[in-house]
Design a protein around this ligand. Structure first.
Ligand code: COA
Ligand code: AMP
Length: 632
């Protein structure tokens, strides 16, 4: 039996034994005597009687083991022209001080802290500093608007918010503080304090009594040791898009998360302690949580924190410069970053200016890895390019090609095979397993392995209903796809209203809720259309009230501005067409997937349940006016 197959078989036949062994990879205050508590099915709890601390495992234990002088974090910021390094010993001191600062503001174990920050070292210190005292962090991506931040403030009810005066985007400075102030104005819950990193490019105004500058807040505080926490205690809440405008707060535990991530570093990424790992993502996403911050540090690697873009900061050679300068062994990013580089430098000329001999693997995730991009990267970099499939809900890859266990053949278009603990079946709408090659819903047998979400914050019922009800005994992934004869999984589409824009997960329902708020818009639908660079882009179709006399172009412009104002620029919402009517089934369901096929020029059929098929021609004609539906 191959190494992968025997490992997978062990994790299936003796799940407890497998994960207890993996649990030896981290340090426990009280080691767990059992791996899984399944008494509250479908809730599950990994290492139920284990006691540990994630910050201790990510920082202190490496100092104690003699790695204190090793770089833990390399901050490389081409967008500001600055860089710095933090050793494990320095990180230990900074997280201990941060924990003391939180305590001085009354934050206790279990309290929530929102982190709304750009990609700067203070953000990582804040995450780990929260973990040190068992405060639950919730990082909110900087590209979200004030209204989205307000929703998260009301849901997580943080005692303290950590932020910065500004972020840097190409050609502009993003003022974070006015967004934060607006969000606090909008939210019902008010944090008692905000701690603001004042960056060189812009100093924010502080609200007296509520806001403190980062250094001032740290003045004279005690340095706190890590506190022992139950493995099942929450480490963080990370909000992700669901079907509605209300984001879901995915709750991650401490123990299972640390065990799974630590295990993944050697098994999947073939890393050894001391080597340099770079996830070119953002700490606002799950990839950033897991592979910029937690996994590399838990495993004693050096992690690169990159504040820049794959192109334009200053050019499409910046990834190669970072790899060469910091001797990166593994690069992990989203395919869209490589599409951007390929477009800007198709011959890979800029690569030749750098010594890329340290790079051994490129890992891709976050969206479908299109074969063209994978092949281009393989040809240019001459290293294995590994697609792996992930969700915020799992925190690590569900399917991957485990480079540290066995280098399985790579099949273009597939993120390869299930990782230990993920027993995947492809199901039809009745819940029956479909044969290889046939498309269906991708479901994972209960329970999810360690690091799987423990619940939705404040919404246990929604957790059960959303993930564990459609297919009894399974976790419903929300992705559709198929398995081939060799057990390779292919991810083809979402089964819900989620679209994927530049590796970012967006809910079309959320965008529709905003559009529907415009006084002249009677009805609307948002679909995801194919985009060469970002994979998908949102496209809004709006119907105006019959008595609306205003020019349609004004309303289109207002609709776009409204989405950017309420959701944020990350929505990349720039495409809107005005249509007379929306195509619906006789029961009133809008035919979004048919419209998406028409827009993409894919083959489509008139759904049998459609109310009035002539509407589809009208839609195609309107889409053509903005360059879509070319073949329709
Ligand atoms: N704070 C404020 N605004 C932000 C932001 C942040 N942290 N991150 C992005 N934005 C803004 C951008 O400025 C942009 O605004 P604009 O459309 O008004 O110019 C918008 O949100 C969309 O940003 P982005 O998705 O980064 O697109 P882009 O057009 O600026 O760059 C790529 C395109 C492909 C270079 C970029 O998407 C990229 O680097 N992708 C990597 C993928 C990735 O990291 N995915 C995360 C999951 S692994
Ligand atoms: P997020 O929770 O933001 O990480 O988004 C998870 C979703 O992104 C998944 O449910 C998929 O739809 C998509 N996704 C992530 N990785 C891949 C991949 N390797 N191939 C195809 N889709 C992916």
């Amino acid at each position: 039996m191959s190494a992968y197959k025997s490992l997978f078989a062990k994790a299936t036949s003796d799940s407890q034994g497998f994960w207890l062994e993996a649990a030896n990879g981290i340090d426990w205050v009280l080691p767990p005597s059992s791996a899984l508590d399944e008494s509250r099915k479908p809730f599950y709890s990994w290492f139920p009687d284990g006691v540990m601390n994630t910050c201790f495992n990510a920082v202190d234990r490496h100092v104690m083991a003699g790695r204190g002088a090793q770089n833990a974090l390399i901050y490389d910021s081409p967008i500001t022209g600055s860089s710095s390094k933090l050793t494990f010993a320095e990180l230990q001191q900074k997280t201990a001080q941060f924990a003391g600062m939180l305590q001085s503001f009354g934050v206790e174990t279990g309290d929530r802290v929102i982190i709304y920050m750009p990609m700067i070292p203070e953000a990582v210190i804040a995450m780990l500093g929260c973990a040190r005292i068992g405060a639950v962090h919730s990082v909110v991506f900087g590209g979200f608007a004030a209204a989205e931040l307000a929703k998260r403030i009301d849901d997580a009810t943080p005692k303290v918010i950590i932020s910065a005066s500004c972020g840097h985007e190409p050609n502009r400075i993003v003022e974070y503080k006015p967004l934060l102030d607006a969000a606090i104005d909008m939210s019902e819950h008010k944090p008692s304090h905000c701690v603001i990193v004042q960056r060189d490019a812009l100093k924010a105004e502080l609200v007296p009594g509520r806001d403190f500058e980062w250094h001032d807040a740290h003045d004279g505080v005690a340095e706190l040791p890590p506190v022992p926490l139950a493995a099942s205690a929450p480490l963080y809440i990370l909000y992700t898009s669901g079907t509605t405008g209300q984001p879901k707060g995915i709750v991650r535990d401490n123990g299972g998360h640390a065990v799974a991530l630590n295990w993944s570093m050697s098994a999947i990424y073939d890393m050894s302690p001391g080597e340099v790992y770079w996830a070119a993502s953002d700490i606002g996403w799950v990839v950033g949580h897991s592979y910029i911050v937690y996994a590399p540090l838990l495993f004693g690697c050096t992690s690169v924190l990159f504040e820049g873009k794959p192109i334009g900061t200053p050019d499409a050679g910046v990834f190669w410069r970072v790899i060469a300068e910091h001797k990166v062994k593994v690069l992990f990013t989203a395919p869209t970053a490589f599409r951007a580089i390929k477009r800007a430098d198709p011959e890979g000329a800029l690569m030749k200016q750098h010594d890329l001999s340290s790079l051994e693997y490129l890992f891709l995730a976050g969206e479908r890895a299109d074969p063209d991009t994978v092949t281009w990267a393989e040809n240019k970099l001459k290293v294995p390019v590994i697609d792996h499939w992930w969700q915020t809900e799992t925190g690590w890859s569900i399917c991957a090609n485990p480079m540290g266990i066995e280098k399985l053949p790579i099949k273009l278009g597939s993120p390869s095979v299930p990782m230990p603990g993920y027993e995947i079946d492809i199901l039809d709408s009745e819940g029956a397993i479909v044969p290889p090659g046939e498309l269906g819903a991708i479901a994972i047998k209960w329970p999810l392995p360690p690091s799987g979400m423990s619940t939705i914050w404040g919404a246990d019922d929604a957790f059960v209903e959303k993930y564990f009800t459609t297919f009894p005994g399974y976790y419903e992934s929300g992705d559709a796809g198929f398995k081939d004869e060799d057990g390779y999984v292919y991810i083809m589409a979402r089964t819900d209203d989620v679209i994927n824009v530049a590796g970012h997960r967006l809910s079309t329902g959320q965008l529709e809720e905003v559009l529907a708020d415009h006084p002249d818009i009677a009805e609307c639908a948002v679909i995801g259309v194919a985009d060469e660079l970002k994979g998908q882009l949102p496209l809004g179709m709006i119907c105006l009230y019959p008595n609306c006399q205003r020019p349609a172009e004004d309303i289109v412009a207002e609709a776009i501005a409204l989405v950017k104002e309420r959701v944020g620029r990350v929505s990349a919402f720039n495409l809107v067409v005005v249509v007379e009517r929306l195509p619906k089934t006789r029961s009133g369901k809008v035919l979004r997937s048919t419209m998406a096929k028409i827009a993409d020029g894919q083959p489509w059929t008139i759904p049998a349940t459609i109310d009035d098929p002539t509407i589809l021609d009208e839609i195609a004609a309107q889409l053509k006016t903005i360059g879509y539906a070319e073949n329709a």
